[in-house]
Design a binder for this molecule. Structure first.
Ligand code: ITT
Length: 221
């Protein structure tokens, strides 16, 4: 029987995306539910520090069904906007729950210039994810980045978080991101992550890249 990956997250969108990817690799994914009041998120300036802290906390909350070969997954992500020196970055949750997507767009609109090229550069941003997996006492870390830019307006649909404002750059046929403004084999055709489905988002996403990077390091990979 394949091991179960217990994903410690309160975010259903993150859970759904990781499940789609990991089920293709033969893992079954279950949510590790822990009361929010029992978890704390360290205010660290590195996603990896946050992810490692969450793994250590998860170890105190293993479910009864946790099997011998089961694994614990945590993953911490953030949106890093170039013109804001990487803000909100590790403060992404706070910014999303306070000023929200419209607030981010308004902030960037204040920086826009008449010149369309420099205006587009000012909207450059990337999602970064750090995934940490606990397996038989060892912790493995994977990292993923998805470059793109912040759109001019909200484009909603199925996504969560900053999905309605983030447009990923196109990818070449090997799924490598292309520089801004280039057309590639994989494209959302100007749509935000919010306006495409999870399977399409997974082709580009920081989350899947972090998971690919992580699972490629496991001995059995
Ligand atoms: P956890 O319970 O797993 O910690 P979270 O929602 O707090 O869930 P993160 O700390 O990883 O998740 O994310 C920080 C913020 O960035 C949060 O507001 C997320 O909604 C947002 N975010 C993370 N990944 C995203 C993605 O793929 N698309 C859009 N927004 C994302």
């Amino acid at each position: 029987m394949s091991p179960t990956v217990w994903f410690l997250t309160g975010n259903e969108g993150k859970l759904a995306e990781a499940s789609i990817h990991l089920s293709n690799l033969g893992y079954s994914v279950k949510q590790l539910v822990v009361d929010e009041a029992e978890l704390y998120e360290p205010q660290a300036d590195s996603l990896e520090v946050v992810a490692r802290s969450k793994i250590n906390q998860a170890l105190n909350h293993l479910p009864e069904q946790f099997g011998n070969n089961d694994m614990i997954l945590v993953e911490d992500a953030g949106l890093f906007i170039k013109a804001l020196d990487g803000f909100p970055g590790v403060y992404s949750s706070f910014v999303h729950s306070t000023i929200g997507n419209l607030g981010v767009i308004r902030l960037l609109n204040h920086l826009s210039t008449e010149d369309p090229v420099s205006s587009a550069n000012l909207r450059a941003a990337e999602f970064r994810a750090v995934a940490a997996l606990w397996c038989n006492g060892e912790i493995t870390i994977g990292e993923g980045i998805c470059p793109g830019h912040i759109g001019d307006e909200l484009m909603e649909g199925n996504g969560f978080g900053f999905d309605p404002i983030f447009i990923p750059y196109d990818l070449d046929e090997h799924k490598n991101p292309l520089p801004a403004g280039n057309y590639g084999a994989y494209s959302t055709h100007g749509k935000t992550f919010g306006a495409i489905d999870s399977v399409a988002k997974n082709k580009f996403s920081h989350r899947v890249r972090a998971l690919e990077n992580l699972f490629s390091q496991l001995p059995s990979a």
